[in-house]
Design a protein. Sequence first.
Length: 403
Amino acid sequence: MHFDEGLLISSVLLLLSILAWKVSNRLGIPALLLFLAIGMLAGSDGPGGIYFDNAFVAQSVGVVALAFILFAGGLDTQWKTVRPALGAALVLSTLGVLLTAVVVAIFALFILHFSFLDGLLLGAIISATDAAAVFSVLGARSLKLSGKLLPLLELESGMNDPMAVFLTIGLTSLLTNPQESVFTVIVLFVQQMGVGAVCGLLLGWGAILLISRLKLDEEGLYPVLTIALVLFTYGLTATLGGSGFLAVYLVGLLLGNSSIQRVDRLTRFHDGLAWLMQIGMFLVLGLLIFPSRLPAVIVSGLLITGVAVFIARPVSVLIVLLPVKMSLREKLFVSWVGLRGAVPIVLATFPLLADLHNASFLFDLVFFVVFASVLLQGTSVPLVAKWLGVVMPPEVVEHNSQE
């Protein structure tokens, strides 16, 4: 493919993705399903015929895209709104992710005849949720959630990725090097979260000071500066052995809640950039999928999807939120909103690159679980919200908007 042809095809795929978002917005279907479908149709098994099987490139694109998406999520998060849900979000994004992985591992042991570690790796990969897909569905139906549901889902979506990444990397390392001990994984957890949090807080404060004191004559340079800060934050934190995803989210959170006058304009810019990253990531991951291999994982995929959606997620949510003052209906809704997105597919490339014995099967299985769970849950979120009675009454919404 010539360079000019590559530019043309890329532009067509982006345009199709934007049109697909418009369709998904009207139908209440998560846009990520259509983005992935466009990538698959453009791939080697589809009419597009673009052959792509480079897991390293796909992983690299996914990591960079997720860094900018999480940064934009931090910028959009209002600390005063989400602060009451911080404790619940913390346990959901750490202990909840671990419990989900354990429950999936137990069932994979009997259903797929995996070893416990292999099952735990599968559970870790599909444990990360993607609230962005939920927000797009809720926004399309103009649903307003009661209580602290929205802040909880918003915080969890930005905080559970680092835990899933840590578990995936740690378990992949254990399976690749059986001589390593579990203690090594525990040390890795402390290192990832500790260094990630410290770097995120320090670099976030540093970013606020830099932007507030650096007087740039060209207003257009400030978005360029924040792009550099995102890349620097992730790169430095990852080099030091920390979670770059946690760090960039914290930098975005601190910057978005600062008194810097340019925050609103930066937020709009990074919202657009996050959409570009999201579309590009889904298209690349769709290209990496070979639909002809999916029939081999249909039965296993349906079983694991059922376990993840109806058992693992609800069990983990109900256990970790037991001390939290929320109604049973609200907790059930949180469990139903555990939509999988791009993160599990990106994480499934780690076993591929580590050349684990069942990595290809695992990758295809993870993709099927993501697609099936989003199709099932994503299309039914508004219906479940109304059925559980967690939608704010119109008069309350009108009263809040007037305030």
